[in-house]
Every structure is written in structure tokens, then in C-alpha cells.
Design a protein around this ligand. Structure first.
Ligand SMILES: *[C@@H]1O[C@H](CO)[C@@H](O)[C@H](O)[C@H]1NC(C)=O
Ligand SMILES: *[C@@H]1O[C@H](CO)[C@@H](O)[C@H](O)[C@H]1NC(C)=O
Ligand SMILES: *[C@@H]1O[C@H](CO)[C@@H](O)[C@H](O)[C@H]1NC(C)=O
Ligand SMILES: *[C@@H]1O[C@H](CO)[C@@H](O)[C@H](O)[C@H]1NC(C)=O
Ligand SMILES: *[C@@H]1O[C@H](CO)[C@@H](O)[C@H](O)[C@H]1NC(C)=O
Ligand SMILES: *[C@@H]1O[C@H](CO)[C@@H](O)[C@H](O)[C@H]1NC(C)=O
Ligand SMILES: *[C@@H]1O[C@H](CO)[C@@H](O)[C@H](O)[C@H]1NC(C)=O
Ligand SMILES: *[C@@H]1O[C@H](CO)[C@@H](O)[C@H](O)[C@H]1NC(C)=O
Length: 558
């Protein structure tokens, strides 16, 4: 593990903690954070983490993220008790490292931010100089670091000295006697689990995952700055925490009060607020949702029923609710294989797609591209409907992957040039905002259209698109859009269309550093809308064939 892996771990943990304001803290909170973090580690960082974990963890960081809480009251570890928090002066609502970071005996650096510096330093220096590996117990350093980064984000771990961070403020949480610190450590999360997530931590983790998708790359940059500034971040997060403590935790929660729905429901949005402050930008979320909505509206009764049967109950039969799922899980360790399936890299400036030449992953493994993936999951679903479902495959996942990749293959920049990674490395401005060409086509054009013409209401845009292919400008084209003899030639045709549009419209006249605005938007918007419509119509066509009468199906390769 090199310095960069240590940083990566710290960044991932730090980033995750930016987000769910209330998730830092009790056992569930620490578990959730570490679980999510594991999914984002690079292969190298993950290998390093596994090497450091004690055997009892079974390779799972989340299993030991509460360890520092478990041992803090043992005699041998009592010194670590002061590392879980930092006390700030009463009612000042601010934090200062030099003033506040010490234990009750005045020993400097003994507080949660000091501990984060300490264990980051241990991990990084040991990996820069192997001799130091013997000096520190890096297993402990990793477990402490993961835990304390969680703690520093719990507002009341950066609370007032006089009340011990809310520990001495006795309150009731609904009927139960407790204290304010504990409310923020555990009770809010418990109530959220019961009220919104069927008591299932995994579902809550997935919900959080869903919310951070796509945006997390941007936050990594914040952590990079911190690292270059000699890790300024713990201080930043401590300042945020005490500010939130004053605004939300202490407010209206004096000793003896009973906290109930008002407090719970108004403090849950602290989560949402921190989310909104983060980038919060899904990855082409709207485009995928619309593709799936269009498709679902066009399903025949058999396909409609099959889709409902395959979807998990919590989405109430709405396919579009899960159409971005493949983006959400692509960085998880378990699903990393799916990452190359979202796109195709074609030779620079060739403006053509050749399945044999282009459909492979970076290591050259054949079929590992969005065109191959569509064939793959179509074929899996065909077996399902024939009742010969292969137990190796999860049909729900096959449906979600297929639905998502039908969107991706219609996004021109998902079939872009290799050297600019489908426009990702072409940095430019979209009106005033920094963006890149890939993102412009994934999302910016759609968002601008929504804002300018549809009152930011996706339903209105969707109605307009559907109107345009039922009896509007594209009405006579739909039959040719749907035409498909066999799935292999169809995926090839769709990818060819995309790279063609990429060359004629997306790349055309665009250089790194330019600012794209009205001219580009007005001329490209109709192209984007048409691709979304085509993706939806064609997804419906595929699902109708796969789940429809046997003689309507494709001859698919197995
Ligand atoms: C740093 O870590 C070492 C080893 O765990 C510990 O003894 C020391 O008290 C820590 N110091 C701070 C400031 O956290
Ligand atoms: C490092 O710490 C862990 C957890 O306390 C312990 O099990 C392990 O024996 C320690 N390793 C060394 C080399 O002291
Ligand atoms: C995800 O974001 C939505 C919309 O902002 C919000 O209502 C929801 O509470 C968030 N969920 C989690 C788990 O953060
Ligand atoms: C990093 O240091 C520079 C110059 O000292 C400062 O302007 C900047 O705000 C610092 N960044 C962070 C994240 O602290
Ligand atoms: C505190 O209570 C008052 C009176 O009930 C209410 O108006 C106010 O919104 C509450 N503030 C917060 C932050 O909950
Ligand atoms: C096909 O799907 C399986 C999982 O269901 C996956 O392991 C495999 O890599 C996929 N192949 C392609 C080309 O999509
Ligand atoms: C199929 O995948 C979904 C989503 O990952 C999961 O919730 C479900 O448990 C899986 N089903 C089976 C039978 O493994
Ligand atoms: C629908 O067609 C009209 C022209 O009849 C056009 O002005 C409008 O932009 C189209 N809407 C979409 C979403 O493509």
C-alpha cells in the first residue's frame, strides 16, 4: 500500500462522511459508513486494507469499524477514550484546533481531530518508509482512523464542554429516557431505520449509495486539497459539526424535553441538506429514468407482468426507480466487472463502430462493452421467460442492467473516442459552470432543457417526448426505430448511430477549454431528446419480444 492508497482510503471515508450528516456514530452508523467505503476502494487500497485487517474481520472493514468503541472502557485502552470527541467552549459554536484539541487534563493533541492526524500520519509514513512499519500497529491505526473519521462528523462529538457533548442533557426520545448525545449517536438512525427502511440497514445503505452516486468523484477533489494542505480536513469537519450541533442538535432540546416527530422529522433533513451541499448530481439520472418510463408505458401485458414480478416490492412496479442502479453499484467491489459494460471506446476520429474491433474491455476481453452487455442480458432474460432460467444469473439484476444499458448505448458519448474517454477528458464550460463534454451529453443538456422549457418537471418533458413519437414529429419513424431482426445486428446498428451522432453533433466544433452555450444547446437538444425516445421505444421492443409470445422472440446466441 502506497501513500496514494492511504490517501484514497481517507478520502473515501472522508467523502462518505460529508454526506449523511447523521450517519457517523452508533454501531449502525459506523457499520454503514465502512460498508459503503469498502465499495469505493481501489483494488490496491482494498488489498492493503485486507492485509491489515485482523483475522476476525473476515476481510470486512465494516466488521471492525466499531472496535474502538468496544475497547475504550477496557483498562488497557482507557487512554483512547478521549480520542472520540473534542469539547468546545460553551455556546461559542466554533472550533479551533489549538484552543480545543486536548484532553480534560490539558494534554495537547488528545482529541478526535488530533487522533485523525495521528493515525493518518502513522499509516502514510509507515508506507513511505517500511522500517516504520514495525514502530506502529497499522491494524489498529486503520481501525482507529476509520472510526474517528466517523465520529468527527457526529455534531455532538464536537459539542460543548459544559454538557459533555449533550451527554448530561437528559431528554426523552418519544417515550424513552435517554440523553441528547445518544439521540444523535443512535436514536435518529434507529427511528429512520424503523420508519423508512423496514429496519433493514442494507436498504438504508443502498438508499444512501443511491444518493451519492456520480457525485462522489467531485468530493474526492476536496479531500485531495486537504491532503496537499497537510490534512486540513479534520478541522474543517469539526467546524461543520459544531455549527450543526448549535443549529440543530441543541436547539429546542433542553434538559427535560420530550423529543418526538417534530424534532425527528426536522433533523432528518440535516441529512438531506448536507446532501444538497454535496454535488448531489446523479449520473445521467434523468435520461435513464425517462428511457425506462417511456419503455414501461409501451409494454404489452406479458412483458408488463414479467417486469413487475422481477422488480423488488419496494419500488411498487416502477422500473424507472431502479434504472440508475447499475451506475450506483459499478464501483462496488462485487460489481466491478460491470464497469466496462457502460460504454464503447472507438478509434479516435474513425467515426465508426466495428463490433469485433471495438467491443472489449481495456484488457481486450471480448464482448465486454455496452453492445455485448445488451446481448448478454437479453439472452439471460430469454432463458428466464422460457422457464430454463440459469441459477447462476439473477434475473432482477439482468432486467436492471438491460434497461440501463439500453439508455447508455443511445447516449452518443458512451460510444466515443478512446483517447478522450468518451469526452470525459474534454474539460469545458457549460454556460458558466465547469463541466466536460461527456457530462454535457449525459446530463447538462437535459437539465438545461428541463429548466428552460419544462418548469424543471420531468413529467412535462416526458409527455412532450411521448407526444412527439405517438402523433408528432417522430410518429412515422417509430416503426423503423423498432425494426430488429436479431439482437446482434441491432446492438451494432444502435452503436453505429451513436458514434455517428457523436461525430456530427457532440464533438463537432468543440475543443477543450471552450464555453458551450445557447448555440450548442439549441442545436443539440433535439438530438438528445430523440436518442432518449429511441432508447425507450427500443427497450420496450426488446422486453416485449423477450417476455412475449415465444415466436416473437429473438434468436439470441447463448
Ligand atoms: C497516536 O497513536 C499512538 C498509538 O496508538 C497513541 O499511543 C497516541 O496516544 C496517539 N496520539 C494521539 C494524539 O492520538
Ligand atoms: C495490532 O493490533 C491488533 C488489535 O489490537 C492486535 O490483535 C495485534 O496483535 C497487534 N499486532 C501487533 C504486531 O502487535
Ligand atoms: C436521498 O435524497 C432524497 C432527495 O433529496 C431524500 O429525500 C432522501 O431522504 C435521501 N436519502 C438518504 C438515505 O439520504
Ligand atoms: C490550502 O492552503 C491554501 C494556502 O495556504 C489555502 O488558501 C486553502 O484554503 C487551503 N485549502 C484547504 C482545503 O484548507
Ligand atoms: C424550536 O421551537 C420553536 C417553537 O416551537 C419553533 O418555532 C422552531 O422552529 C424550533 N426550531 C428548530 C430548529 O427546531
Ligand atoms: C454477462 O453477465 C454476467 C453476470 O450475469 C457477467 O458475469 C458477465 O461478465 C456479463 N458479460 C457481458 C459481456 O456482459
Ligand atoms: C437479485 O439481485 C437483487 C439486487 O441486487 C437482490 O436484492 C436479490 O436478493 C437477488 N436475488 C437473488 C435470488 O439472489
Ligand atoms: C416535440 O416536437 C416539437 C415540434 O412539434 C418540438 O418543438 C419539441 O421540442 C419536441 N419536444 C421534444 C422533447 O423533443
Amino acid at each position: 500500500m502506497g501513500w496514494s492508497e492511504v490517501l484514497w482510503i481517507a478520502r473515501v471515508l472522508g467523502f462518505l462522511l460529508l454526506i449523511p450528516g447523521v450517519l457517523g456514530w452508533g454501531k449502525e452508523g459506523h457499520y454503514a459508513i465502512c460498508k459503503i467505503a469498502e465499495g469505493y476502494l481501489t483494488a490496491d487500497a482494498l488489498a492493503a486494507v485486507k492485509e491489515l485487517l485482523p483475522e476476525s474481520a473476515g476481510g470486512d472493514l465494516a466488521a471492525v469499524c466499531s472496535w474502538p468503541d468496544e475497547i475504550r472502557h477496557n483498562f488497557h485502552w482507557r487512554w483512547s477514550g478521549a480520542l472520540h470527541y473534542v469539547d468546545t467552549p460553551d455556546f461559542r459554536c466554533n472550533y479551533n484546533y489549538c484552543r480545543d484539541c486536548h484532553d480534560s487534563g490539558g494534554h495537547e493533541d488528545i482529541c478526535v481531530t488530533g487522533a485523525i492526524y495521528n493515525y493518518t500520519m502513522q499509516l502514510s509514513s509507515a508506507y513511505q518508509n517500511t522500517n516504520l512499519k514495525l514502530l506502529y500497529n497499522l491494524t489498529e491505526a486503520l481501525m482507529f482512523l476509520s472510526h474517528f473519521i466517523g465520529d468527527v462528523h457526529q455534531p455532538l462529538h464536537v459539542g460543548f464542554t459544559g454538557d459533555g457533548g449533550g451527554n448530561s442533557i437528559k431528554v426523552r426520545w418519544y417515550r424513552r429516557k435517554t440523553n441528547l448525545h445518544h439521540v444523535w449517536d443512535d436514536m435518529i438512525i434507529d427511528s429512520a431505520l424503523k420508519t423508512f427502511y423496514g429496519k433493514d440497514l442494507e436498504i438504508m445503505i443502498q438508499a444512501i449509495q443511491g444518493n451519492i452516486t456520480g457525485g462522489w468523484e467531485n468530493d474526492i477533489a476536496v479531500w485531495e486539497n486537504c491532503a496537499h494542505n497537510d490534512t486540513a480536513c479534520p478541522d474543517l469537519y469539526a467546524s461543520e459539526s459544531i455549527s450543526l450541533a448549535c443549529k440543530f442538535a441543541y436547539r429546542n432540546a433542553t434538559a427535560g424535553t420530550t423529543l418526538g416527530d417534530d424534532y425527528f422529522l426536522s433533523r432528518m433533513p440535516v441529512v438531506e441538506k448536507r446532501l444538497a451541499q454535496g454535488p448531489g448530481e446523479g449520473w445521467s439520472k434523468e435520461g435513464h429514468m425517462m428511457t425506462c418510463r417511456i419503455a414501461q408505458d409501451l409494454l404489452g401485458s406479458e412483458a408488463s407482468e414479467a417486469v413487475r414480478n422481477l422488480l423488488p416490492p419496494h419500488v411498487s412496479g416502477d422500473l424507472s426507480a431502479l434504472c440508475t442502479w447499475p451506475d450506483q453499484i459499478r464501483h462496488w467491489h462485487k460489481y466491478r466487472w460491470s464497469s466496462p459494460l457502460h460504454f464503447i471506446d472507438t478509434p479516435d476520429d474513425a467515426c465508426s463502430f466495428d463490433y469485433e474491433r471495438d467491443c472489449h474491455d481495456p484488457h481486450g476481453v471480448e464482448d465486454m462493452c455496452v453492445a455485448g452487455a445488451i446481448q448478454n442480458f437479453t439472452s439471460q432474460l430469454t432463458h428466464y421467460s422460457e422457464g430454463s432460467g440459469d441459477r447462476r444469473y439473477n434475473m432482477t439484476e439482468a432486467l436492471l442492467f438491460l434497461s440501463h444499458f439500453m439508455g447508455d448505448i443511445h447516449q452518443p458519448m458512451h460510444v466515443g473516442f478512446s483517447s478522450d474517454v468518451g469526452g470525459n477528458s474534454i474539460n469545458l464550460r457549460w454556460f458558466r459552470r465547469k463541466s466536460n463534454l461527456h457530462h454535457v451529453w449525459d446530463r447538462d443538456i437535459v437539465l438545461t432543457a428541463l429548466a428552460d422549457y419544462y418548469e424543471k418537471d420531468m413529467e412535462l418533458l416526458l409527455e412532450d417526448i411521448e407526444g412527439n413519437f405517438t402523433d408528432g414529429i417522430w410518429a412515422s419513424d417509430v416503426t423503423s426505430w423498432e425494426h430488429c431482426d436479431d439482437i446482434h445486428s441491432c446492438v451494432t446498428k444502435w452503436a453505429v448511430e451513436s458514434i455517428d451522432v457523436a461525430c456530427k453533433y457532440a464533438y463537432k466544433g468543440v475543443e477543450a477549454g471552450t464555453t458551450l452555450s445557447d448555440d450548442y444547446f439549441n442545436s443539440r437538444m433535439p438530438v438528445v431528446m430523440k436518442r432518449i425516445a429511441q432508447g425507450g421505444v427500443r427497450l420496450a421492443m426488446v422486453l416485449n419480444r423477450v417476455f412475449g409470445e415465444p415466436d416473437e422472440g429473438f434468436a439470441t446466441p447463448t
